[in-house]
Design a protein around this ligand. Structure first.
Ligand SMILES: *Cc1c(COP(=O)(O)O)cnc(C)c1O
Length: 227
């Protein structure tokens, strides 16, 4: 559905206001970045959000990322990859040069990505995805192994610039469980700050305020903006 500018403005204002309220409860100095997840919406809405001041957009499929980056190449947008990356799509993603690849979800993928980056003499900014709620349906490294894997990627994958961590909150009606998954990720992030981690990406439409209160400094919001 293509939304008109006033509708998108109202939705964006509401999300920004909610982010503002949540971040202030953490600290005046706690800055949160909004990445708009456009995967369910039309290209026209992305262009309108750009006119309204939004710059960072996320997609969860390499093919769709490519189509949209191409269609909107005139605009100075910042693109994030947020979905599982299949091995046969690695080269395509590298060629797109995303600002941030948020879904590096295993050491194996990191090694493969590093190899292909090296062959193309490129680097990529990435986040290590953590499966904090231990859900089988989700990808990501376990919370128990996250710090070790992060360090190992830093040591063995020089083409990858690890910038922090990403998680998807527990899929549950139970707020306590969702909060726990954010707190688990936040505590890993704090350990990794010594290693240079600066981004803790947590929170989607249904839980971004809670995620921010747990320390998130990057939220990925889709459906709340396109209603
Ligand atoms: C789809 C998606 C989002 C956004 O989800 P909404 O609930 O629509 O806000 C955020 N992060 C990831 C990894 C996603 O796949």
């Amino acid at each position: 559905m293509i939304l008109d500018k006033e509708q998108l403005r109202a939705n964006l204002d509401e999300v920004i206001w909610n982010i503002e309220e949540a971040r202030i409860t953490v600290s005046e100095h706690h800055i949160v970045k909004l990445v708009t997840v456009a995967k369910y919406t039309e290209i026209e809405n992305i262009a309108t959000l750009y006119e309204l001041g939004q710059r960072a957009f996320g997609e969860n499929q390499v093919q769709q990322l490519k189509e949209r980056m191409t269609a909107l190449e005139e605009l100075p947008l910042e693109w994030h990859m947020i979905g599982s990356l299949q091995k046969n799509k690695i080269n395509n993603l590298i060629d797109l040069r995303p600002a941030l690849m948020q879904s590096l979800d295993s050491l194996e993928l990191a090694l493969e990505l590093n190899k292909k980056l090296l062959a193309k003499e490129q680097n990529m900014n990435c986040l290590l995805q953590i499966n904090a709620a231990k859900e089988e349906s989700k990808s990501g490294v376990s919370a128990a192994q996250a710090v070790d894997i992060y360090q190992e990627i830093k040591e063995t994958c020089p083409q990858i610039n690890l910038k922090g961590v990403m998680t998807i909150g527990a899929h549950s009606e139970n707020t306590k469980l969702i909060q726990q998954s954010f707190e688990t990720t936040q505590s890993i992030y704090e350990k990794l700050e010594k290693e240079g981690a600066a981004i803790c990406s947590m929170g989607m439409s249904s839980d971004y305020e809670l995620a921010i209160k747990c320390g998130s400094n990057l939220v990925r919001v889709g459906s709340a903006l396109f209603k």
